[in-house]
Ligand binder design. Structure first.
Ligand code: AKG
Length: 192
């Protein structure tokens, strides 16, 4: 497990400490497992992310619980399927959480041109554990200060996993820039 890049560029050249509560490790799964997971994700009924009538470019599918960004509804969804069980167990162990606590799962496919803008996950969710698939990406983080933002950037290798807990989850926003090539992610969440 690593706490990469203790310092990253910030607005006005001010360095920002890497957020406490963010941990990361490479190689959570093997390349064969990654290929199988990508195949499963592509076989799901992925739909464009919707936000208050606006249609995003990334494609998503939820298991366990679904938060509807169009109307704020939060409802039970189809149970997390068996093909996700091994990666969920490893993600939970990595984060030091009980497997049973990861009750929500979001699949995302970012085709070229798709990204995810600055946000904090909805307050109904607790810890967030993300598995990154396909190609390298960068998880950008920022926290608003009196002037500008503190910023950090976590490189995500394919098959790596990150955990947003504590301050990183509570006080920092995160985003991923628009991709040039397709990337997939699996995020697991606890409920508060
Ligand atoms: O694709 C990722 O790793 C990030 C996903 C994310 O930020 C989210 O689902 O809220």
């Amino acid at each position: 497990m690593s706490q990469p890049d203790l310092f990253a560029p910030a607005d006005a050249g001010r360095p920002a400490a890497f957020p406490p509560g963010l941990t990361h490790t490479d190689a959570l799964i093997t390349p064969d497992e990654e290929r199988a997971l990508i195949g499963h994700i592509d076989a799901q009924p992925l739909t464009p992310f919707r936000f208050q009538g606006w249609l995003g470019k990334r494609l998503t599918h939820s298991f366990g619980w679904r938060y509807d960004f169009d109307n704020g509804d939060f409802d039970a969804a189809e149970p997390i399927p068996d093909w996700l069980a091994p990666v969920k167990a490893r993600a939970a162990a990595f984060a030091g959480l009980p497997d049973a606590a990861l009750v929500q799962c979001l699949l995302i496919r970012y085709d070229p041109g798709a990204g995810i803008g600055w946000h904090r996950d909805r307050p109904v969710f607790g810890d967030v554990i993300g598995v990154s698939l396909g190609v390298p990406a960068v998880l950008r983080l920022r926290r608003r200060r009196d002037r500008g933002f503190d910023r950090a950037a976590l490189p995500l290798a394919p098959r790596s996993v990150y955990h947003l807990g504590g301050e990183a989850r509570r006080d920092w926003e995160h985003s991923i820039a628009e991709m040039d090539v397709t990337r997939w992610s699996i995020t697991f969440r606890t409920l508060r």
